[in-house]
Structure formats: C-alpha cells, structure tokens
Design a binder for this molecule. Sequence first.
Ligand code: ADE
Length: 225
Amino acid sequence: MRIDIITVEPDLLQSPFNHSMMKRAIEKELAEVHFHNLREYGFGNYRQIDDYQFGGGAGMVLMIAPIAKCIEKLQSERTYDEIIYMTPDAPTLNQATANQLSLKENIIILTGHYKGVDQRVRDKFITKEISIGDYVLTGGELAAAVLCDAVIRLIPGVLGDETSALTDSFQDNLLSPPVYTRPSEYEGMKVPDVLLSGNFPKIEEWRNEQAYKRTQEIRPDLLED
Ligand code: ADE
C-alpha cells in the first residue's frame, strides 16, 4: 500500500512512522509512506498557501490552487483509490473504515490546518472525509498518523500473528476482554481461575462473556448496531 500525505507540518508527522508497527511495515515494504510539504506548492517568495476567508471571520483558510497542484501531480503519476481529508466535521473513524482502507493500493491523505481548506477542494478532489473524534486538534497531522496506524497494522503480513488483529477490540463490535500475565497473584489480587485451568473452550467462553459485559457497561452503543 502506498500512502501520500499532504501536510503543512511534515516534521510533526515523521516520528510515528519510525517506530513500532508502522516502521516494521515500511521496512518489510508492505507500506510506503511519502510526505508532501504543501508549502512547496505555494505562491510567490513567501510560498503562500492560505488566505483570509470570504465573508469575514477569524482564521486562515488553505487555498485550493496549491493543494490542486500537489494532488494533480500525484494523480499524473498513479491512480488513487481514495483521497481522504482529515477534518473534525466528518464521520468518525471506526474499525470498519480501517479494515476497508487496509485493502486499498494507493491513497492520498490531506491534512487541514488553521480554519480548514477551501470547500472547493472538498468538492473537487476529496472522496472520503474522516474525523478521529469529537474534538478539535490544531491540525490534521496527528489525526492522519492515527488513521495510518489503524490501517497499516491491518495490512496482511504486518502483524506477526495473523490472527491478532482479528481479536482486537471492535473487530466484532465488542471491546476486548481483560488480559492477565504473571504473577498469578499480586497483593491478594488473583487471576481468574478459568484462565489457569487449561480448559480452552471454557476460556473462550469466559472471554466472550467478559467482552460482552465490558461492552454493555462501557459502550452499549456498539451493541445497538
Ligand atoms: N483536524 C482537527 N481536528 C481533527 C479531528 N478531530 N479529526 C480529524 N482531523 C482533525
């Protein structure tokens, strides 16, 4: 999978891709991530990329022309399955969206900044808009890193144990059950007997019950779907 990220803060984005699972995916050549500094497509000596909004109001808006120049250059090199815009005024990212995106070959992610982008960018180029939650970040960079992490770990071959993504929270609309490791007792707090029993059908049943119970307590909305 190839991901092209268009951003005004490329340095802010680098680190998560140099660690853990994303680094591994890139090293194994299962994912390729390219950063494009929007400023390089800006106008004039100051490489202008934003301007005041028509109608007045606080905050600058990213202009269409620099973004169009960058996207059109990328599109002249290959075909993209999705052009995604990270923005809080969009449907919230969930596991189903991450699963779908992990099957794509080429995607562009555009990150907003300031007041966002000229609406005509969204109308002309964007095929999918994603928020990572009901709060506003300074820019879409961290949101793009979150999206990439959620997607890249699902690309077949990235996780060592192929089944482990399937048992993540949300894969079946349930939260994960509790997990324990050694010691089996800590300051009087014991690991549930069933997990030490070696009875795997019983363990599976217990985990399913716990997952359901946890979901009902913490995220009952997931059970409504
Ligand atoms: N940009 C700013 N806030 C955001 C959010 N919550 N999700 C995605 N992109 C954003």
